[in-house]
Design a protein around this ligand. Structure first.
Ligand code: NG6
Ligand code: CA
Length: 521
């Protein structure tokens, strides 16, 4: 009997131990299946702007920490060299050149993502995620062609295309309306001072960047001479809404705090946070905490502010013990620009800093600097540190994160998205075989080849100029000539023909077969 009792207790003890271990294992397995996902999307940060990509005049220790412990990509691309089309592709899994009206949007543009179509956040919602956006949207709001009523409910917007939670600026920091929009409403608006927006005629009596130029806290160099809001003239006219105006120098802190609030609120279940910073877009007005942190003036200081925001997110995950259960992706929407319409000394104080790293040109260009961007994935305990040369595009995030979370998605709606999860997690050294770059015209990268067909684009950073690529286009071998200076078109007519026909077939909707069949679910 005594022996029996002892055996019985041993049995119970073993059972308990087994159950504990099993529940631990299940929790861990579930965690790995549905990690939280945070996509930190910088604005206008170039390949060479972070110290983990070679910058020395500016230090970015927080991003560097993710790079050192995760995958740092050398061949990762935004789909486009400007904001709206890159963000469109990121959200939809479709190259923006397939749709009209996906160029840089004014601040009063209607929503360009059809509610009901496949989106990255919508797919993650179906996978059981709570989804939130904080920061820059720039994909239009509402459905009125003539601009929405900013004093009423503003919809459709992020909440109608897959987000549970939204705290955004409608367009850019340099475009009106200069107010935050939370879910469907402008934040801090009072009924006695309604907002009016115009991208046509000015409002009589309201100051503009032309007539009140001597009152501005930052002068403009091009384009930004309409409404004066918080001492800075913008693109577009605005009247009213004074109590709701954002303060540019507080914006990074406001967005970062909202991002932290979202993480804290949703920490109990899988969440997806799309944290799209205003940094380092113009107007570059970093908080006093960051002013003078680099020798590069506001542009360099804004990079430090961006890095601070990343650090705050990491610290929050650490505090909540979520770091080993969260996949973090850090990247940018398009390449770097120096003078983007304000006199903020970005050119004068550049020194030897190379915003696009080794790549030619930057924002708005079909050369590599326009779309080849810093890209880092980090997932403590699940991603091994490495540098990856895999070719990936942001249009792949939808299919790849669908694969990660075991979701199917509408491939007709997201025809360009390939499952590159293995590359994203650093498990495969190869990615795509080709991708399209978009900036006015199209260019094609295939393996080491780069083809830019005849047509208009821009070139240069210190001085950005419009150029026209002559017949029969430019052909570069990026392995031998990363800075795109040795045109091989004359001696490689056959290659040009082959790449032109590949580009034409992709443009026609015939997408070349994805290397990983899982993409075609
Ligand atoms: C341009 C603006 C530039 C920037 C860009 C959009 C001028 C001269 N230039 O029209 O400042 O706002 O649009 O940038 O006004 S993006 O990153 O949102 O694509
Ligand atoms: Ca941008």
């Amino acid at each position: 009997m005594l022996l029996n009792m002892k055996t019985y207790y041993t049995f119970i003890k073993l059972m308990l131990l087994y159950m504990l271990a099993a529940s631990g294992l299940t929790a861990q397995a579930a965690d790995q299946e549905k990690p939280n996902i945070i996509l930190i999307y910088a604005d206008d940060i170039g390949y060479g702007d972070l110290s983990c990509y070679g910058a020395t005049a500016v230090q970015t220790p927080h991003v560097d920490r993710l790079a050192a412990g995760g995958v740092r990509f050398t061949n990762a691309y935004a789909t486009s060299a400007t904001c709206t089309p890159s963000r469109y592709s990121l959200m939809t899994g479709e190259y923006a050149f397939r749709q009209k009206g996906t160029g840089i949007l004014p601040g009063d543009a209607p929503l360009i993502i059809q509610p009901g179509r496949e989106t990255l956040p919508g797919m993650l919602q179906r996978a059981g995620y709570k989804t939130g956006i904080v920061g820059k949207w720039h994909l239009g709001l509402g459905d009125h062609k003539g601009g929405q009523n900013w004093n009423d409910e503003i919809k459709p917007g992020p909440l109608e295309v897959g987000f549970n939670d939204s705290f955004i600026m409608a367009a850019t920091g340099d475009r009106v309306p200069c107010v935050y929009v939370k879910d469907h409403r402008v934040v801090g608006l009072t009924t006695d001072d309604p907002i009016q927006i115009s991208y046509g005629a000015p409002f009589p009596g309201e100051p503009t960047g032309e007539d009140a130029r001597d009152t501005l806290v930052m002068d403009w160099s091009a384009g930004h001479h309409d409404a004066v809001v918080h001492g800075i003239s913008r693109i577009g006219f605005m009247k009213g809404g004074k109590s709701a105006f954002w303060k540019d120098e507080e914006m990074a802190k406001v967005f970062t705090q909202r991002a932290i609030d979202f993480i804290e609120r949703e920490k109990e279940h899988p969440f997806f946070l799309y944290f799209a910073t205003h940094d380092i877009h113009v107007p570059r007005v970093p908080h006093a905490d960051f002013v003078g942190k680099t020798p590069m003036g506001p542009r360099g200081d804004a990079i430090v502010e961006f890095d601070w925001s990343v650090g705050q997110i990491i610290a929050t995950l650490e505090r909540l013990k979520l770091l080993n259960n969260t996949l973090i992706i850090v990247t940018s929407d398009n390449g770097p620009v120096l003078d983007d319409g304000y006199k903020d000394a970005a050119v004068e104080k550049l020194g030897s800093h190379r915003p696009a790293g080794p790549w030619r040109s930057g924002k708005t260009s079909l050369f590599e600097g326009g779309t080849r961007l810093p890209t880092i994935t980090y997932w403590q305990g699940n991603i091994q540190p490495r540098v990856s040369d895999a070719l990936i595009s942001q249009v792949d995030f939808l299919a790849s994160l669908a694969a990660l979370t075991g979701q199917k998605f509408n491939t007709k709606n997201a025809p360009d998205s390939e499952n590159q999860l293995a590359a994203l997690l650093g498990k495969s050294p190869t990615g795509r075989t080709s991708l399209v770059q978009y900036a006015n015209g199209l260019a094609l990268r295939q393996g080491d080849w780069k083809f830019i067909p005849p047509g208009p684009t821009t070139d240069g950073l210190e001085k950005r100029k419009k150029i026209t690529i002559p017949e029969p286009g430019l052909l570069f071998n990026l392995a031998l000539d990363p800075s795109e200076t040795k045109d091989l078109a004359a001696s490689n007519r056959e290659k040009i023909k082959e790449l032109q026909s590949l580009l034409t077939s992709i443009q026609g909707g015939a997408v070349p077969p994805a290397p990983n069949p899982a993409a075609a679910q």
